[in-house]
Design a protein around this ligand. Structure first.
Ligand code: SAH
Length: 245
């Protein structure tokens, strides 16, 4: 049976790709993906054929992968981070309904939340949730509802797609909603270019975050009521006290 590996390649550097992902890429004849991510791979898999499409052409990109696999070529569809987290895995299954003879294998990757968490310290050591601020595929009203529910439940919140040129004020709006339930001193973090050139992190209060401009290559972390700064790192306690043991 022809096969497509749907591969999360991690946040950027080769070292943060799983061994399983690298092994699957080695087995492939052709690698399909968004131009920026494919460029991260060329250095290591230069002998492969690469097929790319620009941003927002996700359906075309998936079809390209199925067309290649249908020709009998072992194919990889690559995504940054994990392919199942705001990635292409779901769309691949949906489009795959038209290609019953092609098998999909999903290979997990280090998503931006956990790559970024490691840079900040240990912000996600208690219950947490991921919310994307992009309203391209989700109505803003629904995003608002989820932000409010997560803030009310005191989750650690990790925001993907915190900004873009058209959505410059979305993080500001999200912080406004957070402030209905979270203190303005809540410890927050921003990590830019995780595992890529120019990696940078910043720890700040929720009030400061609201006034901070972030770009689309950043992931934002909003702590819970126990999150604190220890030696310049953002740390959410696990929730129990050691002295009890
Ligand atoms: N599938 C990806 C997410 C794609 S959505 C994953 O699992 O990580 C795109 C958003 O992910 C970006 O706007 C940003 O918020 C976050 N992101 C992805 N890679 C990143 C990186 N290397 N550094 C910082 N943020 C990143």
């Amino acid at each position: 049976m022809n096969k497509i590996y749907v591969i999360g390649i991690g946040p950027g550097s080769y070292e943060q790709m799983t061994i399983k992902a690298a092994e699957a890429l080695k087995k492939c004849d052709v690698i399909v993906g968004y131009t920026v991510y494919v460029d991260l791979l060329r250095e290591y898999f230069g002998e492969k054929e690469f097929l790319t499409t620009p941003m927002r052409q996700e359906v075309r990109r998936c079809e390209m992968a199925f067309e290649e696999a249908a020709k009998g070529r072992t194919t990889a569809m690559v995504c940054s981070g994990d392919a199942g987290i705001y990635g292409m895995a779901g769309l691949m299954y949906e489009i795959g309904e038209k290609y019953p003879d092609i098998e999909l294998e999903i290979i997990p990757g280090v998503t931006a939340a956990i790559g970024g968490a490691a840079v900040l310290g240990a912000p996600m050591s208690h219950d947490c949730c991921l919310i994307s601020l992009s309203d391209l595929l989700t109505p803003w009203k629904k995003i608002e509802k989820r932000l409010l529910a997560a803030a009310q439940a005191d989750f650690v919140i990790c925001l993907y797609n915190p900004s873009s040129k058209k959505r410059a004020d979305y993080l500001d709006k999200a912080c406004d909603l957070m402030l209905r339930y979270k203190s303005e001193d809540t410890v927050c973090g921003v990590v830019k270019n995780i595992a890529r050139e120019g990696e940078a992190m910043q720890i700040l209060s929720l009030k400061e975050l609201q006034k901070t401009a972030v770009d689309m290559f950043s992931t934002v972390f909003i702590g819970n009521c126990d999150t604190k700064v220890i030696d310049g790192k953002m740390v959410t306690p696990r929730g129990y006290r050691y002295e009890r043991d």
